[in-house]
Design a binder for this molecule. Structure first.
Ligand SMILES: [Mn+2]
Length: 413
């Protein structure tokens, strides 16, 4: 049993908004399990009735025992019971799903399959990063893209994994999930089941605990005929889900995430894991990385770089992460031009600045620009026509742009 195993009651009690839920559950269960009270005054003085009374007492004890067991059932059992109540479910991942979301979806699918519940996995956005694409291909993970709520196949059984409010597609606000399993902050809930553990490094860790709650066989050699078996694809996917969400167990993880990887270890296929973690990189991406490394301009702790024309916009985010490894650099902004638009990708681990705010302020005066994001991760798009032009050459003035961004990073705007 994993160290962090949580019962349904504990998980419910962790959320102060839902304290009422377990209490209501207790009453509901009592009314379901307890027999009706017999009318004691009418019981005649007969040994047969005493024997009968004894039997009734035994029955009550048994019911109580079952009730306590039900109350203390592990969260994974509660989750499986929920899936079992539905003939078909629809697992929904967040936009541009990452390995954690995909691994969680895989696990839900395998639990559902074990109780004969049909599963469809869907996502909005795109699966673009090489690691994410490798995950999908190497682990033979099946999922379909949606653009609107009307594309969702089974709207009565939506399970959200790795996010708690549906987003990123038309009419996403109309989605009412039955279940939510996540580790991000937020107020999203499922109508029948909600398990949000912000302390955990990955949703894959929560799902691995569920599998453990369900006595799944993590060793391909073991497990009875009816056992839920964690096959090598699922184990490898879950491990990589935890690894990628915690930067290889170095960021935002707990002992539970380590524990989960250890539990999965016997079932991992090392070769599959290697193929997922180190996919081949396209020439485009390498070229952008090479330019970025060659051209980066470092001012104090900040780096800025224009890689010029690019054909693949996604290469920017991969290149900027490479530049963040630069010694002494605490924040880097990288940009390139594609189809008349300047695409910006920025990262920071400097607590002095909020990268999203910096970019927003830097291009705030350009009407057609959009920029923003998180403190440590941000991006933006500025039409080339929005940039001032160089007096002599009439070309966009990128020096002005660099100074503008560095100025915002230094708190000048
Ligand atoms: Mn995650």
């Amino acid at each position: 049993m994993l160290v962090g195993m949580r019962t349904h009651l504990e998980v419910a009690a962790m959320d102060p908004h839902r304290v009422a839920a377990p209490i209501a559950a207790v009453f509901e269960a009592l009314s379901r399990f307890l027999p009706e009270t017999p009318d004691l005054a009418s019981v005649p003085d007969d040994p047969l009735y005493y024997a009968l009374g004894f039997l009734v007492a035994l029955a009550v004890l048994y019911v109580l025992y079952r009730f306590v067991r039900w109350l203390l059932r592990p969260e994974g059992v509660a989750f499986r019971n929920l899936l079992e109540r539905h003939d078909e479910i629809n697992v929904l991942m967040h936009p541009n799903p990452d390995p954690d979301a995909m691994a969680a979806a895989m696990a839900v699918e395998s639990i559902a399959e074990h109780v004969d519940t049909e599963t469809v996995v869907q996502y909005p956005g795109r699966i673009r990063r090489p690691e994410n694409r490798a995950f999908r291909t190497v682990l033979e993970f099946d999922c379909d893209r949606i653009e609107a709520a009307s594309d969702i196949e089974h709207t009565d059984g939506i399970v959200l994994v790795d996010h708690n409010t549906a987003r990123g597609f038309v009419d996403s606000e109309e989605v009412e999930p039955i279940a939510v399993v996540d580790h991000h902050p937020g107020n999203g809930t499922g109508s029948e089941f909600t398990d949000i553990r912000e302390r955990y490094g990955a949703t894959a860790s929560i799902l691995t605990e569920y599998l453990d709650d369900l006595d799944a066989a993590f060793d391909p050699e073991r497990g009875g005929e009816d056992a839920l078996v964690v096959d090598s694809e699922l184990a490898t996917g879950l491990t990589y889900g935890v690894q990628s969400d915690t930067k290889n167990l170095t960021r935002g993880c707990t002992e539970i995430d380590f524990d989960v990887c250890a539990a999965l270890f016997p079932a991992i296929d090392q070769d599959l894991l290697r193929r997922v973690t180190t996919p081949s990189v396209s020439h485009d991406v390498l070229r952008v990385k090479a330019k970025a490394i060659d051209r980066v301009r470092v001012e104090g702790a900040f780096g800025i770089c224009n890689v010029g024309d690019i054909s693949n916009v996604d290469a920017l985010s991969q290149a900027v992460e490479e530049l963040m490894r630069l010694e002494g650099a605490s924040a880097v902004v990288l940009y390139g031009i594609n189809d008349g638009t300047v695409h910006v990708s920025a990262r920071s681990h400097d607590d002095r600045l909020h990268m999203g705010e910096c970019l927003r302020r830097a291009v705030g005066d350009i009407e057609t620009a959009s920029a923003g994001g998180h403190p440590r991760m941000a991006g933006g798009q500025i039409p080339l026509s929005g940039l001032p032009t160089d007096d002599s050459s009439n070309a966009p003035d990128f020096e002005w742009f660099d100074d503008r961004i560095l100025g915002a990073m230094n708190g000048e705007y």
